[in-house]
Structure formats: structure tokens, C-alpha cells
Design a binder for this molecule. Structure first.
Ligand SMILES: [Zn+2]
Length: 285
């Protein structure tokens, strides 16, 4: 499996902030202990790429560090880091189309970023820009996005709402930040699940989402890969075990679609193991 990764994205941090460089470092180290992964460097997304999703005013606001958001720190040069993270997702999507599967191991995450808004540690919506670029370059492409981060992907939903070439499916804890995704609307299929959800409640929702994706007959699947549904995650209250991530991977693989994974959240010490469990399925072909 190709993993898009750059050490450059370890270079920024905000004191005591849960979205720390250790997250991707830990995942990198865990994946690198096996010989199943090939690491490839990303190239930054261009402004033109960003404008496929975000407004010009918004992109400039990030570029000039002219924004204020309590949970999404205004870090020097965050524009450069954020567009490298977007570029990583774009590269993963391109590899997925060519080779079947790829993983963008990058930060900052993206699924809470809307067209015109930062939030929840997200600046640009990585998976939305990567998907939009595929749609832009190939008019016949239809895409599905499956968001398994424990938080609702409100930004991704906002961006693709009503787009007949895309469906968005999200499994998330409710109540929890950002408080959206309480029901399915239009092309956005939401599966809110209560705190303490374990595989027993998670599995039927995931199966339903997989069925919806399969019926849509997409050419590509993007997975917003949050690892914060894991039982020891400090920011949420789901009860998924390590080997449940292997089961999630199996369900996704059974869809037999070119698939790119884009890292979102995940804040426990076991993020690396969760990622490895999930991606291991792709070695058993
Ligand atoms: Zn999350």
C-alpha cells in the first residue's frame, strides 16, 4: 500500500493541543515496522486546487493568518502545512485510481472545514479537494465518501450537499462536536450513534452505509479515516476495539472500489495500531 507522508508536517504544533505531530509520527512508525507499505512524499496543492472547494476570500484569510478560531490555532505558515496536507490527499486519490488503494498520512485534518470556514482543527477540506479534483478532471466520475471519524464530517457534508455525483456517508457519535449529522438529507447519509457504541451497534450502521455506497455505483471511494472511534480515545466515547478496525477494513475492502484513505482525527496512543489493523486487509489479496 502506498502511504503519502512528509516529515515536514511534524514541524508545526500548538502547545497542549490534541492535534499534535505525535499522531502522524506514531502511525508512521507503526506502519514502517512492517514491510507492507511504501512511503511517498506529497506535493503541495495549488491555489487552483483549493479553489475547487473553498472561496478565494477564505483561502486568502488562511494564507494571511487573518483568522481567529479558538479550537483551530492560528499557527505561522499554517497555509503551507495545510496545502501540503491537501496535496497528500490528492496524491492518494490519484494512486487509488491507478493502483486500487492509498493512504494520505497527513495533518492538519480536513473534514470539519467548510467552503468558507475553519473548525475542529481543520483549515482546508483535504478529502473534498481531492474528490473535487477527480470530478473536475474526469466528468464521468462518481465518488462516494465514507467518514468513519467519530465526529460528524460537517464540512464535507456542506461542500457536497446536493451534488449528484457524490454521496457522503458518516458514522459518528451523537451528541458530540460539531452537533450536526442527526439525520440523512438528500445525498448525505448520516448514522448518529450514542456514546458507548461498540461493534455490536456499529456494525449494522456500517453495513447499511456500505450498501448505500454499493448501490450508488461510484468509481472511487474516499474514506475520512478518523481513528477516534477507538475505545481509549480521549476526545470521544465509542468503544471500538483494535480488531474492530480490521473488521471495518474488511467491510470497506469488500466494496471492491478504488479507495483512498485520508487521515482525520484520532488522539489515543494506539492510533498507529488502529491504522495498521485497518490497512492490513489490503495485504491479503
Ligand atoms: Zn474526530
Amino acid at each position: 500500500v502506498k502511504v503519502i507522508y512528509s516529515e515536514k508536517l511534524l514541524e508545526y504544533h500548538s502547545p497542549r493541543h490534541p492535534e499534535s505531530p505525535d499522531r502522524i509520527k506514531l502511525i508512521y512508525q507503526t506502519l514502517n515496522q512492517t514491510d507492507q507499505f511504501q512511503f511517498i512524499k506529497p506535493t503541495p496543492a495549488t491555489k487552483k486546487d483549493l479553489l475547487l472547494v473553498h472561496t478565494s476570500d477564505y483561502v486568502n484569510t488562511i494564507k494571511q493568518n487573518a483568522f481567529l478560531k479558538s479550537d483551530t490555532p492560528n499557527i505561522p505558515n499554517i497555509y503551507e502545512f495545510a496545502r501540503l496536507s491537501v496535496g497528500s490527499a490528492i496524491k492518494a486519490a490519484q494512486f487509488a485510481l491507478k493502483e486500487g488503494v492509498a493512504f494520505s498520512l497527513a495533518r492538519p485534518p480536513g473534514h470539519h472545514a467548510g467552503r468558507n470556514s475553519a473548525g475542529g482543527f481543520c483549515y482546508f477540506n483535504n478529502i473534498a479537494v481531492a474528490t473535487s479534483r477527480l470530478l473536475y478532471t474526469n466528468r464521468s466520475i462518481r465518488a462516494a465518501i465514507l467518514d468513519i471519524d467519530v465526529h460528524h464530517g460537517n464540512g464535507t457534508q456542506e461542500i457536497f450537499f446536493g451534488n449528484n455525483k457524490v454521496i457522503f456517508c458518516s458514522l459518528h457519535q451523537s451528541p458530540l462536536y460539531p452537533g450536526t449529522g442527526l439525520k440523512s438529507v438528500n445525498n448525505c447519509y448520516n448514522f448518529p450513534l450514542p456514546p458507548n457504541t461498540s461493534w455490536r451497534q456499529y456494525q449494522p450502521a456500517l453495513t447499511k452505509a456500505a450498501k448505500i455506497i454499493s448501490c450508488f455505483k461510484p468509481n472511487i471511494l474516499g474514506v475520512s479515516l478518523g481513528l477516534d472511534a477507538y475505545k481509549n480515545d480521549p476526545l470521544a466515547n465509542f468503544m471500538l476495539e483494535l480488531n474492530d478496525y480490521a473488521k471495518i477494513g474488511k467491510v470497506i475492502k469488500k466494496l471492491k472500489l478504488p479507495t483512498f484513505f485520508v487521515l482525520e482525527g484520532g488522539y489515543s496512543k494506539n492510533v498507529g495500531k488502529c491504522a495498521l489493523q485497518l490497512l492490513t486487509n489490503y495485504e491479503k489479496t
